[in-house]
Design a binder for this molecule. Structure first.
Ligand code: SRM
Ligand code: SF4
Length: 569
């Protein structure tokens, strides 16, 4: 037998090609009485924007091995995180009617709905589309939600960037898949605002991409979208506040698998400079390169970042330029990343109106006791007709607000118990957690439900040291897939098993650098004490206005390990 036989494609490859452009047997299974889908449909469902999940809390409570408590998550495709007031209010209605009464803002500027039962799936997706919001391609092996700085400042650079984000999203949206989507969820009706279904996929073909693909836009002084974590990144270059083009970055990603040492997070590499009208063709060219060269046999090593890693940036440039972009590449413009804006608080727009950024703890919009964020947002959006933008830090921005209404909105925030950003700790504003348990099937530890308690313990430590005003990013995930981008944060806490986390320290607040893995399997109760040792050393040894992550990076891994000490058994 020959050794050089092509590796066997993964089973998902077969499911995609046999699916007749994402149809499979989804319609039949949707119509059946079963409370869940079979394995093949479960894979195809992702392309339509939904994940089959299980209520993991219910699993723990059950005393007999009854069937799983199936439920579904739906994720919107929302380029740039933009919603009109009517669309936001429709999404709020849907979460109350079909889901668990919460909206979950994501790290890619989208909204997730959790806890939908199979019987409510079709009605939910139809209601989203009635509000002209699609879910097609929010998940699956296609270009995912395109992210771009959400600030509605109205400056020419952001305006162009946000328009290009829409264009890339539309260009890379599934076309034949749109036919399946309309048939299954919308009774064949075509939604006028979305691209018309086609009979074939002009870019993806019937095999789609080897794996998920992620695109982001950012500015050098405002990397709020973490573009170095993206498969494809466009960094806006401007002259005299006018957009002149984009530096192209390729090959970032966070996910890795504990049992596979050949998987790891990687930062995107700078490739070339593009003029604005080259952005869409370059996006298509990178996607086509990935389609042809990504690994289709091992889904754990199938992301574009591994093509970049295995080839190196020089070979990538050569193949990209010759075979896909089909033009010589222009040299990069010198434009280092120098900042990141959370866009919280009141800001003036170019048209004289205002936008207000509100910090949403771990992206969860809910009503709980006196904290009535969901009702408060509903009241503000309906009364003042504000546009809504979601940030990649899981926060919400309300825009197009008349200056005369600012005071009334501030008093509504008080009435609904919604904290103003200036009254929140820096730590809370700079923290993010993924959903993890009870909805995520891949979680090995808690995240969204654990981080707030940890933040509560760490805040007073920082305050006592006079460090409460420092921007220190803390990102927690329930497993190493990295959904809250923990490997680029100053403090990353990654679920290892149960209540133990791997502790990472030393990224920077602007997403330019990976952190160090400092200690594995740290029990959660030991984390505050260990971190406090590092905060104390930072306080004593920082140089000038050095930021926490920069200090940690400077002193290095050995010093950090010395500071945190061994795990206490
Ligand atoms: Fe993620 C899988 C949630 C952003 C890397 N992610 C999942 C799933 C769907 C679990 C699953 O496959 O069964 C999670 C659903 C949990 C739930 O109950 O809702 C999930 N990911 C999320 C969200 C909601 C986290 C959040 O706190 O907001 C984010 C939704 C983004 C969106 O709106 O599209 C989310 N996921 C990310 C990011 C951050 C980003 O894109 O900037 C990453 C790291 C970047 C990257 O892709 O490398 C990320 N998610 C993953 C991975 C690892 C992929 C890999 O390369 O190995 C998985 C697992 C997988 O794909 O097999 C995953
Ligand atoms: Fe689930 Fe892991 Fe992503 Fe958290 S990081 S949502 S646990 S896949």
């Amino acid at each position: 037998m020959s050794n050089d036989a092509a590796p066997k494609p993964s089973p998902v490859e077969g499911i995609k090609t046999a699916s007749r452009f994402l149809r499979g047997t989804l319609a039949e299974e949707l119509a059946s009485d079963a409370d869940h889908f079979g394995e093949e449909s479960k894979q195809l469902l992702k392309f339509h924007g939904s994940y089959q999940q299980e209520d993991r809390d219910a699993r723990k409570k059950r005393d007999k091995p009854a069937g799983k408590a199936y439920m579904f998550m739906i994720r919107l495709k929302l380029p740039g995180g933009k919603l009109t007031p009517a669309q936001y209010l429709a999404m709020d209605d849907i979460c109350g009617k079909y889901a668990n009464g919460t909206l979950r803002l994501t790290t890619r500027q989208s909204i997730q709905f959790h806890g939908i039962l199979k019987g409510g799936l079709k009605a939910s997706i139809a209601a989203m589309n009635d509000a002209f919001v699609s879910t097609l391609g929010a998940c699956g092996d296609v270009n995912r939600n395109v992210i771009a700085c959400p600030a509605s400042t109205g400056d020419p650079v952001r305006v162009q960037m946000q328009e290009l984000a829409d264009k890339v999203a539309a260009h890379l949206a599934p076309r034949a898949g749109a036919g399946a989507y309309h048939e299954i969820w919308l009774n064949g009706e075509k939604q006028e605002t979305f691209a018309a279904p086609e009979v074939a996929e002009p870019i993806y073909g019937d095999i789609y991409l080897p794996r998920k693909f992620k695109t982001g836009f950012a500015l050098p002084h405002d990397n709020c979208t973490d573009i170095l974590a993206q498969c494809l990144g466009f960094l806006a270059i401007s002259e005299k506040n006018q957009p002149v083009g984009y530096n192209l970055y390729v090959g970032g990603g966070q996910g890795n698998t504990n049992s596979k040492p050949d998987t790891y997070p990687l930062l995107a590499q700078p490739v070339c400079f593009l003029e604005p009208d080259e952005v869409v063709p370059a996006a298509e060219a990178v996607v086509r390169l990935y389609k042809d060269h990504g690994n289709r046999s091992d889904r754990k090593r199938a992301r574009l970042k591994y093509v970049m890693k295995d080839w190196g940036v020089e070979k990538f440039r050569e193949v990209f330029s010759r075979d896909y972009f089909k033009k010589p590449l222009r040299p990069l413009v010198d434009a280092p990343i120098t900042g990141l804006d959370l866009h919280l608080g009141w800001h003036k727009q170019a048209n004289g109106k205002f936008f207000l950024g509100l910090s949403v703890e771990n992206g969860r919009i809910k009503d709980e006791g006196s904290y009535r964020l969901r009702s408060g947002l509903r009241a503000i959006v309906s009364k003042f007709d504000c546009i809504v933008r979601i940030s990649t830090q899981q926060d919400i921005l309300l825009g197009e607000i008349d200056g005369a209404n600012k005071a009334a909105i501030d008093s509504l925030l008080n009435e609904y118990g919604i904290p103003k950003p200036e009254n929140l700790s820096m730590l809370q504003k700079w923290s993010m957690a993924c959903p993890a348990i009870p909805t995520c099937g891949l979680a090995i530890s808690e995240s969204e439900r654990s981080l707030p308690g940890l933040v509560d313990q760490i805040e007073p430590m920082l305050a006592e040291l006079g460090l409460a005003g420092e921007p220190i990013s803390v990102r927690m995930t329930g497993c190493p897939n990295g959904c809250a981008r923990p490997f680029q944060s100053e403090i990353g806490l990654v679920g290892r098993s149960g209540s133990k986390y791997t502790l990472y320290i030393g990224g920077d607040s602007y997403g330019r650098r990976m952190n160090f893995e400092v200690q594995d399997s740290v029990p959660i109760e030991q984390l505050p004490g260990k971190l406090n040792n590092v905060f104390k050393a930072f306080k004593a040894e920082r140089q000038g206005a050095e930021l926490f992550g920069d200090y940690c990076h400077r002193v290095g891994l050995n010093r950090l390990q010395e500071l945190i000490g061994p795990v206490v058994k």
